[in-house]
Ligand binder design. Structure first.
Ligand code: GLP
Length: 253
């Protein structure tokens, strides 16, 4: 049984098995929508947490004929100031980790553009929201979590009704990103991210958490009081969110 829907927390021995389950759920949704002749709208995340899910989706495409021709994707966020050619950009990450290996149509891929001119950001963010809406809304949103309790780049202080916008990254977030940027001085200070409000209207949300370093923030997220100080706590108000954790990440629950 690969149906995890409506289950609140699921703890797995290891992140590989867990990631396979999540990929199976996504694949089932894509196939179901395909049978109905409709599009499947996926909200996608970057970072190390979803990589194994993407690996499994690629395997399902290559070995089991899973097609992504009816899939429309919207990524959560992008560093502000990075072009799609920059190896640290989320555009680059998504191409390398997923899109280059599946048959999703390029015109159906959406990732916030980190190179929009300052004067155009507001309009650009509105149009990103409109695109999600006109695609029919997010059927499924995949999330990781940052040590600050951010989802996407919605740092502490983010409003529950926030929408796609330019944000300033938390110091802890920049510290965590510093090794891949070869020093904190190279980590962008801003990003464009979908808002909490954007994420919360997704019909289904799955948050992935692996490892000891996520245990504390996951406890605060799942068991703590709902507060903008830990933006991920707003997921408690969403009726169809599952936290998929490994034993280390669940060790403080
Ligand atoms: C970044 C991303 C988030 C992600 C977080 C955690 O900040 N913007 O979407 O959830 O990192 O990353 P990781 O999965 O590598 O722990």
């Amino acid at each position: 049984e690969t149906r995890l829907e409506k289950i609140h927390n699921v703890v797995f021995e290891d992140s590989i098995t867990a990631s396979k389950m999540v990929a199976q759920e996504i694949a089932a949704l894509i196939r179901e929508k395909g049978k109905q002749g409709s599009k499947c709208v996926l909200g996608l995340a970057t970072g190390s947490s979803p990589i194994r899910v993407y690996d499994e989706l690629i395997r399902l495409h290559k070995e089991e004929g899973l097609s992504f021709r009816n899939v429309i994707t919207f990524n959560l966020d992008e560093y502000y100031g990075l072009s799609r050619e920059n190896p640290e950009s989320y555009h680059y990450f998504m191409q390398e980790q997923l899109f280059d290996h599946i048959d999703v149509l390029p015109e159906n891929i959406h990732i916030p553009d980190g190179t929009v001119a300052p004067d155009d950001i507001e309009d650009y963010c509105k149009s990103y929201e409109l695109k999600i809406k006109s695609a029919g809304g997010l059927d499924f949103q995949l999330l990781g979590i940052g040590r600050t309790g951010h989802i996407g780049f919605n740092e502490p202080g983010s409003h529950v009704n926030s929408r796609t916008r330019l944000v300033t990254l938390d110091h802890i977030t920049r510290v965590d990103a510093s090794s891949s940027f070869m020093g904190i001085q190279n980590v962008p200070r801003k990003a464009i991210t979908m808002g909490i409000g954007t994420v919360l209207v997704a019909k289904r949300i799955v948050l992935l958490g692996w490892g000891n370093h996520k245990a504390q923030i996951l406890r605060d997220t799942i068991e703590g009081e709902i507060s903008s100080e830990v933006p991920a706590t707003y997921l408690q108000r969403h009726g169809n969110t599952t936290f998929i954790l490994d034993t280390e990440a669940a060790s403080e629950l």
